[in-house]
Ligand binder design. Structure first.
Ligand code: NDP
Ligand code: 8X3
Length: 250
């Protein structure tokens, strides 16, 4: 039977690449993001391959999140796979000079947004006693690097929440997985540095992961047999050994 996946943060980077990968494998898609123009353009391309519905909302807005998910048309109400991917780093500052709006954004989107979307979708998975939730964590959820403070905190929280979800949802046969990438060349650094040209240098001098690399891995995770759950997966570019050890050309 054809499955349906809801992907948050599908307008760019890992989420968008995952939408393309899932479409190739005939998974129906509910694509979410704040940039409606991008959602419309992606829907236009992918509906040549599969059924696509778009939802334009901010995951950090609790009321909006529940409203749009409740408003799903009949054909898309049954969600088999949830990819909690929406998120970003905002700023890279020592904790003592951190911008509190950046802190709020990261906690509200990366942690609370993931919880709101999950809360809206878990009941139907529980009723059916099946489903798969994949949370996109980060290598920053396993280590802390200089000036990473709050972003790393949110990704550590994503990993703890993933483990908690896996324990609590296990009696209902729901799989819960974390995919934790290292450096992936997406719009991530543009957002982190608020469009500053320093973002262009982040991926220079080494071969970063591409969004498609992670999308293929996410498809691998959702395509295992029923009895197999990939609980937690850490993926670095070959040139990266840890959050702080990166082989750049000297
Ligand atoms: P991008 O900036 O390319 O994509 C981020 C996506 O999140 C966009 O589609 C954006 O859509 C969406 N998003 C951001 N804020 C909100 C919000 N408030 N409400 C709804 N959607 C939102 O970055 P990546 O693809 O790299 O990031 C995806 C995930 O991967 C994030 O959770 C990130 O932390 C994680 N990650 C990234 C790594 C990297 O090196 N790139 C490494 C490890 C993890 P829109 O703006 O249209 O709302
Ligand atoms: C993104 C990885 O190390 O650039 O989660 O913060 S890092």
């Amino acid at each position: 039977m054809t499955r349906t996946a809801l992907i948050t943060g599908a307008t760019s980077g890992i989420g968008k690449a995952t939408a393309y990968e899932f479409a190739k494998h005939n998974i129906n898609l509910i694509l979410c993001g704040r940039r409606q123009d991008r959602l419309i353009a992606i829907k236009k391309e992918l509906e040549k391959l599969t059924k696509v519905h778009i939802l334009n909302f901010d995951v950090s807005n609790k009321i909006e999140t529940f409203k749009v998910i409740e408003s799903l048309p009949e054909d898309f109400k049954h969600i088999d796979i949830l990819i909690n991917n929406a998120g970003n780093a905002h700023g890279l500052d020592p904790i003592q000079s951190g911008n509190m709006d950046d802190w709020d954004a990261m906690i509200d989107i990366n942690v609370k947004g993931l919880l709101y979307v999950s809360k809206a979708i878990m009941p139907q998975m529980i009723d059916r006693k099946s489903g798969h939730i994949i949370n996109i964590g980060s290598s920053a959820g396993k280590e802390v690097y200089p000036k990473g403070n709050v972003y790393c905190g949110t990704k550590h929280a994503v990993l703890a929440i993933t483990e908690g979800m896996r324990i609590d949802l296990n009696p209902f046969g729901i799989k819960v997985s974390a995919v934790n990438p290292g450096a992936v060349e997406t719009e991530f650094s543009k957002v982190r540095f608020k469009g500053d040209k320093i973002a262009d240098d982040v991926y220079k001098g080494f071969e970063a992961l591409q969004a498609e690399d992670i999308a293929e891995i996410i498809y691998f995770v959702v395509s295992r047999p029923n009895h197999v759950n990939i609980a937690d997966l850490l993926v670095f570019p070959t040139a990266q050994a840890s959050c702080t050890i990166l082989k750049k050309e000297l």
